[in-house]
Design a protein around this ligand. Structure first.
Ligand code: ZN
Length: 1127
């Protein structure tokens, strides 16, 4: 007991919050409380005597009983003691600060105070002094008590304060604490509705007003309260109906004009906060536009730009303007893919059926954001936390029967028997096999040309007259030395190892002028053993695309030599997004500055390219190309629209297009305006890729990371809810980047990630075949034909037996199988580069490679979705579906590659040869590093917190070994990012189906970042093809280690690899949140700290210290959101 407490104890009731306990030390009998109160107080005191050991629950119960008694007492006699108590409490809290308030709250003090308030309000007239004191205390306690609003409502205290306010509008002394309490009340959404009904919105509008140096603290609190009230749609509507939107805009301008020394930032921000909440409803946005809000906020923001401390105002203004920017549909006749592919049949349900049954005009955008909503919908949102909690675990599979491997074979063996022909190695006896000429083992080369169409290198069209247009590549090879070669200048000097040391600016097209020069293909044979331009063109001829492409893009033709310089993850420049958004808003403010000139349009298929020599020239009519439309907005700014996946109306993310006709040194800005994901690694340092033909012929044929001022944000384009598949008018996002070109007459290509076409795969496979050594057993089969008529390659790689001795053949046939696949998602080209690394390693001559081949039989489907790749899709096959969601029951007609790949695995399972490892390579657009997803019953159950059942589950932990090895040997790989939880949304993916139906314990998805690494040797660097290929090779090395570890003798020495307990703890906390939107699910659910979408946290708020010192104490939620924004 300290001195302070003993002083006040004479008054009777005292919360001794300084020592963390509640005491009622010597309640005098003068107050007439009966002996029962004394008894309880005695109990409480004894409890508190045991200091911190006191059971809080008992203390709370006793407090409640006392409270009850005080109440009963209060009804009978005038509660004389109240003012003193309140006074003392207030005094204590003032002295003690936050911790004391916290203790008071934890001991149930809020309830007592609210009861006192009620008791006091029953006096008539209420004592002004007492009300003032009570509100002052409540204003301090409220922000510390998360349930304050609820308690106040349940106690019936809300209207006490509202009524007091109504009667004391001219009494600033009482007004301030009342407003402070109301501010806390209003932060509860149910309270906000109720307070609005009682006229609090109108009251606030009576208090706030134009610039004045008086009562600024009061004004600030009123604005905060109003802002909180306006979060309720009913209140927002009320404010719009009474024409308060122009009032707010007027007041804002007035403060903007008069607060020249920026001392009242918080007030200005408070006004914007009200506007921000009102404009959450459609009526509010309309009122804002009618009141010329766009121009007003644009102008005030522009004037604020030079003052850094005003950033919060600019950011909030920008948020409001973006929200109110009238929604537009995309500048397209329809958002359905520009290309159509007739399906053998339309699937009975699902997205494609829906697409085909859509009425015309579904693309049309109306502002649907608050249609059909009514006041009831707002009530009872008090369980928000609980909801969040549930939502987090929503996607995790909780049905244990679904998690247990299914034992029974799903198909009769007779049906699977036809797949025997893909497993010749399992019965191969090599009788009559000529070991001196082992290439005879090869059957079915994938790449036999099927047709001989005319192929053109595309971009010569874009070159000035001295470069003859297009190079028809009919029949056999040419390009360089035929009668009409495209003549690009430049001498090609492939330099081993040294290629790429120079900055890309150094050399270039200056050496034009030599009329006689011919196009020299960079001689990359030494650097790129698997690349051959002529072979590439041959491969293209047999590739079938829906648009029947007849052009070849230079990068695919020349090949890509990975640069040797480092490409760092970009630091985000402050204010970039804001600048870009303001430029977008200017389109509305200054419509006359906008050109709106269509320069490329695939919807006009006869002549998509517009070329008047004044604009950039675009093209994407080549394999994997994706650009639907280009619109010149300003002289150096272009809006680009991507095509949907075929038989779909969305999945825009992958892009690959060509640009020519550029001005050297001009600051071009490109905006891809129909991105769909809510966030992107483009916000976290990822750059686009560019390939310059001039650089290539100058000896640097390569993709480089490029682009400045890159950012990704929600824009004003959207689609109707029907078109969006039932989701309320979904908005699109803009990915913007700026670019200056270094070479005149260049042809440049831009891509989302390093392109890797189907023709490239075929070329690589053929080269691998040619480079094969006699030790390698390689078979290439065509697993099946795709919907588009392309072959799906299946590779078998293992070591040749040394002889035909029984032992050798037996060992050969009985090697465990490893099954690998990649590129089910066409936009994830990184998966193909990883696969290339794997294939090259497997076919290599190193002793490790030989050991690996001797250890396993590899079955590889390197491209599960050739059609998607060929046609520039991002996610789907020609059936308009995500093939990695079809593994549960693939259709042989609509999903042939999945159907037959699954059949191979079913066949293996049926003959008791299920693979030791299954791994499907993917790319990940929202996370850094390379990592794996696996399947664990136990870890899944663990995440769902059904601990009761988890103890009797037995599971071999072997599924962790491979990722663990990878984390030790592969620099890009991160164990911390791995997850072994089975989610419901993934139940039809390869990984889960192979695990559950085939019983393959080591069934994985390996995800490679599209961006870069934030750990390990490559920390801070963007990922390139070299690192991706290395990853593929390291995967092989890891398999070799796995082999050794699965040998019991070795296991003892590697026990640390199986030290999973610590890993469990590591990963346990990372529960991935659900993602219902199909685009976002494989690419997780992972959002980095900052959300750049328009609805939330868009403002990086930096509250300056200079602001309103009178009212420096922010409510909890305010200070939290600031902290969050700053982290
Ligand atoms: Zn994927």
């Amino acid at each position: 007991m300290n001195a302070q407490c003993s002083n006040v104890s004479a008054w009777g009731l005292c919360w001794c919050v300084c020592s963390g306990t509640i005491t009622f030390p010597s309640l005098s009998l003068n107050f007439g409380l009966n002996s029962r109160v004394l008894m309880f107080l005695g109990q409480l005191e004894r409890l508190n005597g045991e200091a911190m050991l006191a059971d809080a629950e008992i203390a709370r119960q006793i407090t409640a009983k006392i409270l009850h008694l005080i109440q009963t007492q209060g009804e009978n006699t005038k509660p004389l003691y109240l003012p003193n108590v309140v006074n003392n409490t207030q005094h204590l809290l003032t002295v003690g600060g936050g911790r004391r308030v916290g203790v008071l709250v934890s001991k149930g003090g809020t309830g007592i105070l609210l009861q006192m308030l009620l008791s006091a309000s029953k006096e008539w007239p209420p004592s002004e002094e007492l009300m003032l004191q009570l509100h002052s205390v409540l204003a301090k306690v409220g922000p510390k008590d998360r349930k304050f609003g609820v308690k106040a409502r349940l106690n019936g205290a809300l209207n006490v304060t509202v009524n007091l306010l109504k009667q004391n509008l001219q009494n600033p002394k009482l007004l301030l604490p009342c407003l402070q309490v109301l501010r806390v009340y209003s932060s509860n959404s149910v309270n906000a509705v109720s307070l609005g009904k009682n006229g609090l919105v109108e009251l606030m509008f009576k208090i706030i007003g134009p610039f004045s140096k008086k009562n600024t603290s009061l004004l600030k609190v009123a604005l905060d309260t109003l802002g909180a009230l306006l979060k309720s749609k009913t209140n927002a509507r009320r404010a719009v109906d009474r024409a308060h939107v122009p009032v707010l805009l007027y007041i804002y301008q007035d403060w903007h004009r008069n607060d020249t020394r920026h001392r009242h930032m918080l007030i200005r921000k408070g006004i914007l906060g009200c506007l921000k909440n009102i404009t959450n409803i459609k009526l509010g946005r309309r009122a804002f536009l009618d009141a010329d809000g766009m121009r007003i906020l644009y102008n005030t923001s522009t004037e604020c730009l030079p003052v850094r401390t005003l950033d919060p105002l600019i950011n909030t203004s920008s948020l409001i303007m973006r929200k109110c920017f009238p929604k537009n549909r995309l500048p397209l006749p329809t958002i359905k893919s520009v290309f159509h592919h007739q399906l053998p049949h339309i699937p009975a349900g699902g997205p494609v059926a829906q697409l085909y049954s859509q009425p015309p005009g579904v693309d049309d955008v109306v502002d649907e954001s608050d249609d059909n909503e009514d006041a009831e919908a707002e009530n009872d949102t008090e369980n928000e936390e609980d909801k969040d909690l549930h939502a987090q675990n929503d996607d995790i599979e909780t049905d244990i029967s679904k998690l247990r491997p299914r034992e029974t074979p799903s198909r009769p063996f007779e049906e699977l028997k036809i797949y025997e022909r893909f497993f010749l190695e399992l019965s191969e006896d090599f009788q009559g096999f000529n070991f001196d000429n082992p290439k005879a083992a090869v059957i079915d080369p994938v790449t036999a040309p099927k047709s001989h169409c005319s192929i053109t290198v595309p971009t010569a069209q874009g070159l000035p007259p001295k470069y003859p247009t297009t190079a028809p590549l009919q029949g056999e090879r040419h390009l360089a030395k035929d009668a009409q070669p495209p003549r690009l200048t430049g001498v090609v000097c492939p330099r081993r190892g040294g290629v790429g040391e120079e900055s890309p600016v150094e050399e270039g097209a200056e050496e034009d002028g030599d009329e006689g020069a011919v196009l020299e293909v960079p001689d990359t044979a030494l650097l790129l053993p698997l690349h051959d331009p002529d072979l590439y063109v041959e491969m293209v001829k047999s590739t079938r695309s829906v648009p029947q492409y007849s052009q070849v893009a230079y990068p695919d033709y020349f090949g890509h030599v990975a640069p040797t310089f480092r490409e760092h993850i970009l630091e985000r420049v402050y204010g970039v997004q804001r600048t870009k958004i303001f430029q977008d808003i200017e389109r509305l403010i200054h419509p006359n500055d906008i050109l709106d000139k269509v320069v490329y349009d695939l919807d006009i298929q006869s002549s998509p390219v517009v070329d008047d020599g004044e604009s950039l020239k675009f093209n994407s009519q080549f394999e994997s190309g994706n650009l639907r439309k280009a619109i010149q907005v300003r002289r150096y700014e272009y809006d680009l629209v991507l095509n949907s996946d075929i038989n779909s109306n969305h999945y825009h993310q992958w892009f690959y297009f060509e640009v020519s006709g550029m001005c050297v040194g001009a600051p071009y800005r490109f905006n891809i305006i129909n991105c769909e994901k809510s966030n992107s690694q483009f916000n976290y340092g990822m750059q686009v890729l560019m390939y310059s033909v001039q650089e290539a012929i100058g000896g640097r044929p390569r993709w480089v990371r490029t682009g400045a001022d890159i950012c990704y944000y929600k824009n004003h384009f959207s689609r109707s809810s029907i078109a969006a598949g039932g989701q309320k008018g979904k908005s699109y996002y803009t990915m913007t980047f700026s670019m200056t070109f270094n070479h005149k007459d260049d042809v440049c290509y831009f891509a989302y990630h390093y392109p890797y076409t189907y023709s490239t795969l075929k070329m690589h496979l053929q080269k691998l075949e040619a480079l094969r050594t006699p030790q390698v057993y390689l078979r290439q089969d065509i697993l099946c034909e795709t919907l588009g008529g392309n072959g799906c390659p299946l590779l078998t790689i293992t070591a040749m037996p040394e002889s035909t001795s029984n032992d050798q053949i037996c060992q050969f046939r009985n090697r465990p199988l490893v099954f690998l696949s990649a590129r089910v998602h066409p936009g994830e080209t990184n998966a193909s580069w990883v696969m290339k690394g794997t294939l090259e390693f497997l076919m290599g001559t190193s002793p490790l490679a030989q050991s690996l081949r001797e250890a396993y039989i590899f079955k590889i489907v390197p491209m599960l979705n050739p059609d998607g790749v060929v046609n520039g899709n991002h996610r789907c096959s020609l059936s308009g579906e995500d093939l990695n969601r079809q593994w549960q029951s693939p259709s042989p007609e609509l999903h042939p590659t999945i159907y037959h790949t699954k059949s191979l695995l079913q066949y293996l399972t049926a003959i008791q040869r299920a693979p030791l490892v299954f791994c499907d390579y993917h790319g990940h657009s929202r996370k850094k590093n390379v990592f794996m997803y696996g399947c664990s019953l136990k870890e899944t159950v663990w995440q769902t917190n059904i601990s009761a059942t988890s103890c009797d589950l037995h599971e071999d932990l072997g599924y962790r070994t491979l990722p663990k090895i990878l984390s030790q040997i592969a620099p890009a790989f991160s164990m911390a990012s791995c997850s072994f939880v089975v989610e419901r949304s993934k139940e039809a993916t390869a990984r889960v189906v192979v695990w559950r139906e085939m019983g393959v314990q080591r069934s994985y998805t390996m995800e490679s970042t599209l961006c870069g690494c934030d750990q390990g040797k490559y920390k801070g660097l963007q990922i390139g093809t070299r690192e991706l290929e290395e990853m593929g090779a390291q995967f092989c090395v890891a398999l070799l280690r796995l082999k050794r570890l699965t040998c019991p003798l070795e296991l003892r020495n590697h026990a640390h690899l199986l030290d999973v307990e610590s890993d469990f703890i590591e990963t346990r906390c990372k529960v991935t949140s659900p993602s219902t939107y199909v685009l976002e699910d494989e690419e997780h659910s992972f959002m980095e700290e900052v959300d750049y979408s328009a609805e939330s946290g868009d403002e990086l708020e930096h509250e300056p210290d200079v602001a309103d010192t009178h009212d420096n104490h922010l409510s909890d939620s305010e200070s939290n959101s600031q902290r969050d924004a700053l982290t």
